[in-house]
Ligand binder design. Structure first.
Ligand code: AMP
Ligand code: MG
Length: 337
């Protein structure tokens, strides 16, 4: 299949929307990462998303609508607390899980009786949804298991020949996927940390829970507990410790005959010497680190490194989302005891 790359503009939006209406998939920019969208009401169209990504069928998709008022068309009654979250955080990098009314294809929900819905803030995403006049089921536009795409180039590297159309709207803003909150129970539960922090949510509705798997992941975990997610081509190790300890680990791998790539922020990076380096930004600017994280994980794919060592960040606020992705991407953590 030929993959068309379109620069987002009014005429190309119409072309991309036509693909959607013909039950095809289109990659498009959002403020979090690039999505791979298809008509959420069509089982045939949704099947093409799973096929292009190689995504397991039991992993549900988020439905994207262009404004919060659309949510009620795909859900049962919206609880008061859920409505408060919708009013506060939508449009934005925030996904809410509600009881489905069965209007989206069952494969979108992977057989669950719930549906995950988001209202993206990105003008190109909003325009595409509005022009197609359909809700878009859209996971990240990467091959399943790889780091999510934050540029049209990333999408092209992964999905060239597997999808008909990429709408290029430049680099995404947040750079990490949306915060996912399950609002079907009495107390909302964060299933995935993201651009909207736990603190920001609690400021609106009071205490929320973290899903059990997230609470467990706050601890260093054994390699056996790993998800296959966000993985760079070389094994990734997370280094917890001072710059001298970090440098020792670089030397340790080099002495074992390995070429070492380092992902770190300034000023730490200026104190390290490795074979390859990717600077994620300033240490005290976690927004910048989040925006650069997946580019970093993909950067070493084209370089000859045998291992990647990354800095760790305090797991609060945006740091919680960053560490969640790094933990899933990593083979292990190496701690200075
Ligand atoms: P992505 O594929 O990167 O867009 O991520 C979508 C995320 O939302 C995954 O972690 C899914 O497991 C989660 N998700 C989507 N729909 C549901 C749902 N109905 N219930 C629970 N999690 C969901
Ligand atoms: Mg994804």
């Amino acid at each position: 299949m030929k993959t068309e790359r379109l620069t987002a503009a009014s005429d190309t939006l119409a072309e991309a929307a036509a693909y959607i209406q013909q039950q095809e998939v289109v990659a498009f920019p959002t403020e979090t990462v690039y999505g791979l969208g298809a008509d959420a009401t069509s089982e045939a169209a949704v099947a093409k998303i799973f096929e292009a990504k190689g995504r397991p069928a039991d992993n549900p998709l988020i439905v994207h609508v262009h404004e919060p008022g659309q949510i009620k068309y795909y859900t049962e009654t919206i609880p008061v607390m859920a409505q408060q979250l919708i009013d506060q955080f939508m449009p934005g990098p925030f996904t809410i899980i509600l009881k489905s009314n069965g209007k989206v294809a069952p494969t979108v929900s992977a057989g669950l009786d719930t549906v995950a819905i988001r209202v993206p803030q990105h003008p190109v995403a909003q325009a595409l949804i509005q022009t197609a006049n359909l809700p878009l089921a859209a996971p990240s536009a990467n091959v399943s298991g790889k780091p999510s795409p934050t540029t049209a180039d990333h999408v092209y590297q992964d999905l060239c020949g597997r999808i008909p159309c990429i709408l290029d709207g430049g680099a995404t803003g947040v750079g990490l996927e949306s915060t996912v909150v399950d609002a079907t129970g009495e107390v909302p539960v964060i299933l995935r940390p993201g651009g909207i922090t736990k603190q920001a949510i609690e400021a609106v509705i009071g205490e929320v829970k973290l899903t059990k798997s997230l609470a467990a992941e706050a601890q260093p975990k054994s390699p056996g507990m790993k998800y296959n997610h966000y993985e760079p081509e070389a094994p990734l190790y997370l280094i917890e410790g001072e710059s001298a300890f970090f440098q020792q680990q670089i030397i340790h791998f080099q002495q074992a005959g390995k070429k070492v790539g380092v992902m770190a922020t300034t000023p730490l990076m200026t104190k390290l010497t490795a074979d390859e380096a990717f600077t994620m930004g300033e240490q005290d600017n976690l927004k910048e680190v989040a925006a650069n994280l997946y580019t970093g994980l993909r950067y070493f794919n084209h370089k000859t490194v045998d291992v990647i060592l990354s800095e760790c960040f305090p797991a609060q606020g945006m740091g919680a989302a960053i560490m969640n992705r790094l933990d899933k991407a990593a083979t292990d953590r190496i701690q200075h005891i």
